[in-house]
Design a protein. Sequence first.
Length: 582
Amino acid sequence: MALSNSEFVVERSWKINRSTPLRWVWSHARRNLWWIIGLFIGAFGNALFAAQVPVVTGQAFEAVKAGDKNGLWWAALLIVGGQFLRAFVQLLRNFSSEVIGQRLERDVRDELYTSLLGKSMAFHDSQPTGDVMARATNDVREMNLMLNPGVNLVVGSAMFLIMPLIASPHPQLLVVPILYLVFYGLLVWHYLRQLKPVTTAVRQSFGELNATLAEAIDGVETVKATAQEERERNRFRTAVSKWRNAFVAQGNVEAVFLPVLLLGLGQGLGFIHSLILFRNGLINVGDVVSFNGLLLLFGFPTFTAQFAYSQLSSGLAGGRRILELITTETELDENAQGYAEPMRGEIIFENVAFGYHSDVDAVQKVSFRIAPGQTVALVGQTGAGKTTLTKLLNRTYDTREGRILIDGVDVRDWNLAALRRQISIIEQDIFLFSRSIADNIGFGVPNATREQIIEAAKAAQAHDFIGRLADGYDTIIGERGVTLSGGQRQRLALARAFLTDPTILVLDDSTSAIDSATEDRIQQAIEQASQDRTTILITHRLSQIRWADLIIVIRKGTISAVGTHEDLMQQSEAYRAIFAKL
């Protein structure tokens, strides 16, 4: 089965070329063809009217020599009128580049966000959250700045560089501008080669800095509980120092910008050359003035290039980091054309083996069958592999060996969205969004009515505590539900699962943080909810274990025993040991 770069794909009306960062940027930017044309027209017009000033000034000198007052007035009017027109074309250049940059940032954010949502859990497990956030925010912003002001200034500079060639008053005066362009191109090429590694290091060290900060904030409770604030401060200082050193290294490269020296040499040689030609009678005073005025146009590309090319290199470095995330292969495939029928709920594991690391298996050669509508309890010591088995069910991870069948169809042959819509897994570590309680309960059913949400909350024994909150179902809860107790979070998760009405329901120790009285009521709700659906319980509660139709004992990643509570008490020493501890 062919793999894609994400579990699901959003179709776009344009083709994206991800072979290199530059081609990837161009595949996005070329959608704005008219704005690109506007950028070049504006840049050319700005440079043209800038070149008009020294050319007309030279003509004015000749008019003064000839005593032509009308010619002098016309020269003044041309300069004033040209500068008014220059303002309009410069606005066109800047506005066009701003539009292209903002649209590029928008499209790249959309592509990256879609890609991240589609990546497998194996991918997300290996990526520091802080670094991903740095790429999704700062690096994307750098790509915008690469277009504006980066490319904006580069294109504008290029137009200024060619003006002394186009507007030169005499062919022999082209020698110095041509030599300047040759050496300028070589020096910029060398400058970009030096910039590439240092700008990449800056972007990478910033990502590491962000990852360090995010990890400390996410684990701040553990940091405070173990009194490790000083240690974390030192780790953060180290990360900041690394980023600072990378930034200083970039500054050192930018400081040694040889085109500034070249500009002085070029203007000096040009002045000497024009005087020699004037002395030999080949050009007049006006030509000398015009030519040396045109040489001054090299100042804009020389001084702006130091910043513009640095911005260009930083943007491409950010683009490489973003493209690295997008193009990283995921092990899962959306399988849009796969099996998508309503489930009956039969589950078969055939010699399943899986490990989070390539050299260690969490489960090994596991085989069992669960009939449709059956309630099964998975029991075993912590770390035995119970939760891992359930994560293979909805393809959070894929098996390394063997296969899992649902209704006789390999889960890898199911349409991924159809598979996950019909399986609901409630874990002990419950994630709630920083949104309203109603939004959290209805997350899996976006079109759910308020009445349906309330009924689900009542079934999960959550309605009463929600009603006591100031804003009821509209109460905004903190990130990950930190403003709620563990029991309240679990009841909201149960309500969310009841609302989705799954064919297969997995409860992974989902009542561990609930008091006994509430558990009894939830137990009744779960018994009612499990009617006509396949239910898998991972629990240490005797009441739930004994209630199951079938009990599977997991020991060190393998199945130790299968049967009812009574059978296992007689036949399985491992089960009796677990039961005795309970």
